[in-house]
Design a protein around this ligand. Structure first.
Ligand code: MG
Length: 619
């Protein structure tokens, strides 16, 4: 009996165990019933693996447990009557009939009761087994009023709590917490499922990689709270644009991916719908933010037969779309030319921007008339944690080709303006020039960001100069011209960089709202001996004077070059003769020291220039 009782934990104790499990905080690997008090349930948990010690079923054991004591009592009574000699044959017969009937009735009742208990226990075990298999749907019938009702209620509650916890865990593991979209793990899983289904059904699907333009600038200038709101808004618009059956994921940062079941036609149509939906600016705190984005499309099976290839090719197409400013781009043979090493460099550059590995160094500019340092040109440098200082010629062309230059330029302008404002606060009269890609000028959002940066840094616009290469100026469109006028309207200075290497016409120069021409270093090198270069430089300076522009010569490496340029009327010079580019921390001290020395002994500088004039006159 004792053993049987131990095997059959009472339902109210099981219910108690369930309540504890359900109220225990957080998911735990510790068994819910690990105490000695709950040992019977722990036995039940191991029932599947433990060898069975009884060959009899629960109803039979209940029947025996109840009927056997009754038979013993009846047998004892019979023996007592017999010993007292009061047992007549008729009484014996009657006694036997009564004992037999009562035993039969008791046995039947006990068997049925045991069977009911067994059925209910089996239903509980069945529900728990399905929960163990990950199916949280089954529930027990709850008939309140008895202990099994309480047990069933507790089991159901436990299943609900466990299902909720698993749902939350799944959400954490598979959903992007900011936007509620799928994360990379879930997207990868969905693409693999789509591949499996498409192989069976011979259907096709598309992977679209979307990347926001100038998102980093939004974060830097307006703060991360605004950046997060922008990402959430993009997520909402994407969900509204696609069908419920399509997958929308955020891979991190401002990179989104769509998985669409359908053909090329559908993918292009959806991409156009998305571009249209994003054309409405986001309003936040009374501020209007343009949401520009680029979309790359890769189709299964033409452009890849697994998730990694499809994502990589869609990513390549996205960068092509960004570079060509077409909004969307379908993966094609050309984008295959992007080498895996380049792709790694691309992701490295993006990571480097977030990790603060890019740095601006500054090269001083000297005013030839006063001998004072009047400006600095900010030059971007990449401090790679493994490769060390990566030369600009190794990453700038690639950044331009892939469209990454847009993000980099944004960073350059934000950082350069911040430094210029710092110089202004320190009382240094220096103009900071920054290099800007021609494609940035085509982007109206970039121009808007200049105004925002000026407002945020409270920078005098005259302390900021944007240098655009001559080749970029030549290809300027009407949009670019309007944007340049917008920037110039803010008071920011504009410079035509590398002048002489492109083919800008006089008419273009006249139309552009520029303030400065920068003579390319190729004309400055060996200027005093090269008659051809002398003619070009002299003509350029004369032209600039006619157009009311100032002239800067770059790449000045010797005192003779400086003298010659000063003699020709060049306003400013920069180059190794003066100084190489220096980190922001060093250049301030350098300029202060240089200008202080100049103030105390400026005659030395002018004597040097006079010598130059004499030499030029002799030449
Ligand atoms: Mg430059």
């Amino acid at each position: 009996m004792k053993a049987l009782t131990a095997r059959l934990a009472p339902p109210h104790r099981l219910a108690k165990v369930m309540r504890r499990a359900e109220t225990s905080s957080g998911p735990s690997t510790r068994p819910a019933c690990a105490s000695t008090e709950d040992a019977p349930v722990a036995d039940a948990t191991d029932a599947d693996s433990a060898p069975r010690r009884s060959l009899l079923s629960l109803p039979v054991r209940t029947m025996i447990a109840v009927t056997l004591p009754l038979l013993c009592v009846q047998a004892t009574g019979f023996v007592l009557f017999w010993m007292m000699g009061e047992l007549s044959p008729s009484l014996l017969f009657l006694y036997a009939i009564i004992a037999g009937c009562s035993s039969a009735l008791t046995a039947t009742f006990a068997y049925n009761a045991g069977q009911q208990v067994a059925q209910r226990m089996a239903s509980v075990a069945s529900v728990l087994q399905r929960v163990q298999d990950g199916d949280y749907r089954p529930r027990l019938n709850v008939k309140l009023g008895d202990e099994f009702g309480l047990l069933a209620h507790r089991v159901n509650r436990l299943v609900e709590v466990a299902a909720g916890r698993e749902r939350r865990l799944m959400d954490t593991a598979l959903v992007d917490p900011l936007t509620g979209l799928c994360n990379r793990s879930l997207l990868t899983d969905r693409i693999r499922s789509a591949v499996a289904i498409s192989q069976r059904t011979k259907s096709t699907f598309a992977v679209l990689v979307l990347d926001l333009d100038r998102f980093k600038a939004v974060n830097d200038t307006l703060g991360h709270a605004v950046g997060d709101r922008l990402l959430k808004e993009v997520a909402i618009r994407l969900r509204q644009t696609v069908r419920d059956t399509d997958t929308v994921a955020r891979l991190g940062g401002d990179e989104f991916v769509l998985l669409l079941v359908g053909d090329e036609h559908l993918a292009v149509e959806v991409a156009d719908r998305i571009l249209k939906s994003m054309s409405t600016p986001l309003q936040t705190n009374g501020q209007q933010i343009d949401i520009g984005l680029s979309i790359g499309i890769a189709l299964y099976p033409e452009h890849g037969q697994d998730d990694a290839t499809l994502l990589r090719n869609a990513d390549s197409a996205m960068y092509r779309a960004k570079h060509q400013r077409t909004g969307r781009c379908m993966f094609d043979g050309d984008t295959r030319r992007v080498q895996p090493s380049q792709l790694s460099m691309l992701s490295e550059m993006r990571a480097a921007l977030s990790a603060g590995q890019f740095e601006l160094e500054y090269q001083p500019k000297l005013n030839t008339k006063t001998g004072l340092i009047v400006g600095l040109e900010g030059l971007v440098r990449w401090n790679h944690p493994v490769r060390g200082r990566v030369p600009p010629n190794e990453f700038i062309p690639f950044a331009e080709e892939t469209g990454f230059m847009r993000e980099l330029t944004q960073w350059v302008v934000v950082e350069g303006a911040r430094f210029s404002a710092e110089l202004m606060r320190r009382g240094l009269k220096l103009r900071v020039s920054l290099n800007v890609a021609a494609q940035d000028i085509e982007n109206p959002a970039f121009c808007d960001s200049i105004g925002q940066i000026l407002a945020k840094t409270k920078l005098d616009p005259q302390r900021l100069c944007l240098e655009i290469t001559e080749s970029g100026v030549v290809s300027e469109t009407e949009t670019a011209l309007r944007n340049l006028e917008k920037i110039a309207g803010l008071g920011v200075l504009l410079s035509v960089d590398d002048f002489g290497t492109g083919y800008a016409t006089l008419k273009q120069l006249q139309r552009l709202p520029v303030h400065e021409l920068k003579i390319d270093r190729s004309f400055v090198s060996g200027l005093h001996t090269n008659k051809g270069n002398q003619s070009i430089v002299r003509t350029t300076i004369d032209l600039a004077k006619q157009l009311g522009l100032s002239v800067v010569a770059e790449g000045v490496e010797t005192v003779t070059e400086l003298r010659t340029l000063a003699a020709m009327g060049c306003d400013e010079v920069q180059g190794y003769f003066l100084s190489k580019s220096m980190p922001a921390g060093e250049v301030v001290a350098w300029v202060e020291m240089r200008n202080t020395l100049h103030a105390s002994s400026s005659e030395l500088y002018f004597e040097m220039l006079t010598g130059a004039k004499r030499q030029a006159a002799v030449g």
